[in-house]
Design a protein around this ligand. Structure first.
Ligand code: SF4
Length: 301
């Protein structure tokens, strides 16, 4: 029995078969790096902007390469995931061109997933995304990280909770599913902050949730903070407990896209447990099973 709504199972039910994601670097930048809204980026963001670092390869080639590499996976349906940096930060013409390029590679592509910042979603972006929705399942992964505005400043995210709320409303107005991205283990955060973030999310019309562990990678401001003792990473046990808290307090209709971070091994500084995703997955499953917990069990109406 699944104790929370897993993305893979949910997709299997929606499409009638297994669906895999293809990560693409669309060559975008980020307004929090180029000076439009900030400089230096979020303190945890590495040189590849959470992406695969394949920006010197064309979008269609990246998709083709992935399809090729997935040949042994017995999957016939795929979702293109624009992952790196801010994937709505361009002119509408360029965005359309890039999304079209990815989606037209193969008729096995059934979905479009876009990772972006709340302050980079406007009516034109929402309309553009909605224009793909008759042929593809379209959803947007929207960064929140935390509902604590003070932490928001510490991590230099450069947007507010109201930016997030407005972007969710706008996307939902156009029928686009929204996946909130949060991080556990951010500087100065404790259980009360997590509680605040979960309560905030429960009041938003989101359809999915991605829970990410905070990890330190080389060359980031967070790495400096870690090295000079200003920041301490979260322990595995505490992380597992925190994920269980989120799962049991978040609404039961929200699809859980992820419950751990996937740190690039060669760039990871800490915590070491972050390279073993199974430790988190198994740890959360074990606690949920032993305590007979289910997603949304303690959701407060
Ligand atoms: S918004 Fe995303 S891409 Fe931009 S600095 Fe923050 S984490 Fe990096």
């Amino acid at each position: 029995m699944e104790r929370y709504v897993h993305l893979n199972s949910w997709l299997k039910e929606k499409f009638g078969e297994r669906v895999l994601k293809i990560c693409v670097d669309g060559g975008f930048s980020c307004p929090n790096r180029d000076g439009r809204c900030g400089k230096g980026g979020c303190i945890f963001c590495g040189a590849n902007g959470s992406g695969n670092g394949k920006r010197n390869v064309s979008i269609s080639e990246q998709v083709r390469n992935h399809l090729q590499s997935y040949r042994g996976e017995r999957a016939e349906k795929f979702i293109v995931y624009f992952q790196s940096f801010t994937n709505t930060y361009d002119t509408i013409e360029n965005l359309k061109k890039k999304y079209d390029e990815a989606l037209s590679v193969s008729d096995k592509i059934v979905g479009l997933s876009i990772a972006t910042r709340p302050d980079c979603v406007d009516e034109n972006v929402a309309k553009l995304l909605a224009s793909f929705a008759d042929k593809f399942y379209v959803f947007v992964e929207l960064g929140l990280q935390t509902a604590n505005e003070e932490t928001g400043k510490i991590i230099n995210r450069g947007y507010t909770n109201s930016d997030f709320e407005n972007a969710v409303k706008l996307l939902r107005k156009y029928g686009i599913d929204v996946v909130a991205h949060i991080m556990i283990g951010l500087p100065n955060e404790d259980k009360v902050d997590l509680q605040k973030t979960v309560n905030f999310l429960n009041a938003q019309d989101i359809t999915g949730l991605k829970i990410h562990s905070t990890y330190v990678i080389k060359g980031t401001r967070l790495c400096e903070m870690f090295e000079n003792g200003e920041y301490k990473t979260i322990e595995l046990d505490e992380y597992v407990d925190s994920v269980v808290y989120v799962l049991t307090h978040i609404r039961g209709d929200i699809v859980i896209h992820r419950i751990s971070g996937d740190a690039p091994k060669e760039q990871l500084v800490a915590p070491v447990w972050n390279t073993h995703k199974k430790l988190v997955l198994n740890g959360v499953d074990r606690v949920m099973r032993e305590k007979n917990l289910m997603q949304g069990q303690y959701f407060d109406f």
